[in-house]
Design a protein around this ligand. Structure first.
Ligand SMILES: *Cc1c(COP(=O)(O)O)cnc(C)c1O
Length: 356
């Protein structure tokens, strides 16, 4: 049976990226060696990481004065690296979900944290608005897409201080005005590649201000100087990222990807809004295009498990909602084909006609 992969992360990748990665494990470009078996100092790998950086810059239109890094440690290590490198006295954070809370917790180890807005009062079902970022903050940290709660900041906001964004789950899902950001980071495993590599886009002029000593591995300046190779980088994961970036380019670029994402999300949200059984828990204007949360209406709550089984039987994978929201979550990342969205909607309709 065909599987429709709605996993939240690690999650669906372009088929071509998976196939080319499999081939590179067997034989990298006819070299007779596996990508797993060559030195990161070998020229064949240098070409790979250079091309990945170049495509990152090209596809996101990254201007001069920024560097792109591929590091280990996941987005969670960035929760530490960001304040370690940037927080002198005070930082502003927007509390929009579980990942933002973790970032806030780490930042508090380094200085004062001003939580300028929070949607904790309504289980993070909306994006806070009308907050003020203090002009004396060292930076302002946001999570653009809240993978667990299904909310998203879908445009580039203005900030009076360097803007730092966790874009783990919406990178390359839309064009981004990089000029508005001081730093963007994310784990690759949602929209870009396998687990094990983390991307960081960083504007050079925000560095070198914090005065504390920084351990080498966690120092952006040292990582930049060493071209992401202060230690052995996650070579294979970077290779797969490069394959995904090539696929984005071949698909027509980020703008085209955005159009597809908007189409997929519109279809599924429409099905939810027109449904007798299902409803969306998220404020409409803040709905994520990447992680679409839905639950059974009160009257049908006892049918959730039955729908899960029904959908599984039809090949749907990974639609269980996170335990902090319940219900269902369909992740409609860049690589998810629109056919999978049609299949899920078909499931919902069929289940509804039998049970509502
Ligand atoms: C998954 C996720 C993380 C955590 O990423 P790790 O690479 O596992 O540390 C952080 N932020 C967001 C928005 C995520 O979706």
């Amino acid at each position: 049976m065909k599987k429709h992969n709605f996993n939240a992360g690690p999650s669906i990748l372009p088929r071509i990226a998976v196939e080319n990665s499999a081939q590179a494990i067997l034989d990298l470009n006819g070299s007779g060696l596996s990508i797993l078996e060559i030195s990161h100092r070998h020229k064949d790998f240098q070409v790979i990481i250079d091309e990945a950086v170049a495509l990152f810059k090209e596809l996101l239109n990254i201007p001069e004065g920024y560097h792109v890094l591929f590091l280990g440690g996941g987005a969670s290590t960035q929760f530490v690296m960001v304040p370690f490198n940037l927080l002198q006295t005070k930082a502003a954070y927007l509390e929009t979900g579980a990942w933002a809370k973790k970032a806030i917790k780490e930042a508090k180890l380094f200085g004062e944290v001003d939580v300028v807005g929070s949607s904790a009062d309504k289980n993070f079902s909306y994006i806070p608005k009308g907050y003020t970022v203090p002009a004396d903050a060292d930076y302002f940290h946001i999570t653009t897409n809240n993978t667990i709660f299904g909310t998203e900041i879908k445009h580039d906001i203005d900030s009076p201080v360097p803007l730092v964004a966790d874009m783990s789950s919406d990178i390359f899902s839309r064009p981004v005005d990089i000029n508005k950001y001081g730093l963007i980071y994310g784990g690759a495993q949602k929209n870009l590649g396998p687990a094990g590599v983390t991307f960081v886009i960083i504007r050079d002029d925000i560095l070198g201000k914090a005065e504390r000593p920084i351990p080498s591995m966690l120092d952006y300046t040292i990582q930049i100087k060493n071209g992401s190779m202060f230690n052995t980088p996650p070579c294979f994961a970077i290779f797969t990222c490069l394959e995904t970036l090539k696929w984005i380019k071949a698909s027509g670029g980020v703008k085209k990807i955005q159009e597809m994402n908007e189409k997929k999300a519109a279809l599924l949200y429409q099905a939810i809004d027109n449904s007798k059984m299902f409803t969306g828990p998220v404020a409409k204007e803040d709905r994520s295009l990447m992680n679409i949360c839905f639950v059974m209406k009160e009257h049908y709550k006892d049918k959730e498990e039955a729908f899960m089984e029904f959908a599984k039987g039809k090949g749907m994978v990974g639609i269980k909602g996170h335990r902090s929201v319940g219900g269902f979550r369909a992740s409609t990342y860049n690589a998810l084909p629109i056919e999978s969205v049609h299949a899920l909607i078909g499931c919902m309709h069929e289940f509804e006609s039998e049970n509502a």
